[in-house]
Design a binder for this molecule. Structure first.
Ligand SMILES: Cc1cc2nc3c(=O)[nH]c(=O)nc-3n(C[C@H](O)[C@H](O)[C@H](O)COP(=O)(O)O)c2cc1C
Length: 187
């Protein structure tokens, strides 16, 4: 086994492709985000890492809310658009049909199969370039068509993932096992 060194890469593979919604100066705005992870199950907490240069940051701080929406492959073009153009230069409020939930200031996307509404709890400024926004999950919105046995079914949701170093978007593969089960047969 000859391992080769390819540098100090901090990317986990795969990375999600998500759309984070906020209201900036009263206008809905969406940013494409790959640096997003769940950091606690109960109560549910999400973390997103944004460059301080983003237009989005001020809106999240202003309202204390943000959304994390999961686009399907059919929204790939629109999702990439939101990751190329900043709200500083273009109005992204008309890219998607929007709805609001309990928090009333976190815009969400009607065409996204899963939308998660978050209340900002912390902004962690530990890095030179980026800041981490922690949000308590207040509600998750979906449709019956994306569920199997009452839980989101990723094969129906059809999210896409980012392979960041070669700039490729990839779709999901097939079901290859059951978590917390396969290991029981291992030994
Ligand atoms: C696939 C993809 C993933 C991205 N992930 C992030 C991210 O996790 N954090 C970040 O700050 N910017 C990320 N970006 C860059 C922003 O989406 C981009 O700079 C966007 O135009 C900023 O929008 P805003 O200025 O309206 O907030 C990503 C872009 C793409 C295309």
């Amino acid at each position: 086994m000859n391992k080769i060194e390819i540098g100090a890469l901090n990317f986990s593979y795969p990375m999600p492709t998500l759309l984070v919604g906020s209201k900036v100066g009263g206008r809905p705005n969406f940013i494409t985000v790959a640096f997003c992870t769940a950091v606690q199950m109960k109560p549910p907490v999400l973390a997103i890492s944004l460059s301080k240069k983003r237009y989005t940051n001020a809106g999240i701080k202003e309202n204390g809310t943000f959304s994390v929406c999961v686009p399907s492959t059919d929204l790939l073009g629109a999702a990439d658009y939101c990751g190329i153009y900043s709200g500083k230069e273009v109005d992204k409020s008309d890219v998607f049909e929007i709805f609001y939930g309990k928090l009333e200031t976190a815009p969400m996307i009607k065409n996204c199969p899963i939308c998660i509404e978050c209340k900002l709890t912390n902004v962690i400024d530990i890095l030179a370039e980026d800041e981490i926004f922690l949000g308590d999950v207040v509600e998750t919105y979906t449709e019956e068509q994306y569920l199997t046995n009452g839980v989101p079914d990723l094969l129906k949701v059809k999210p896409f993932i980012l392979s960041v170093r070669d700039k490729r978007y990839l779709s999901l593969g097939e079901n290859i096992g059951t978590s917390w089960e396969e290991g029981k047969k291992f030994k």
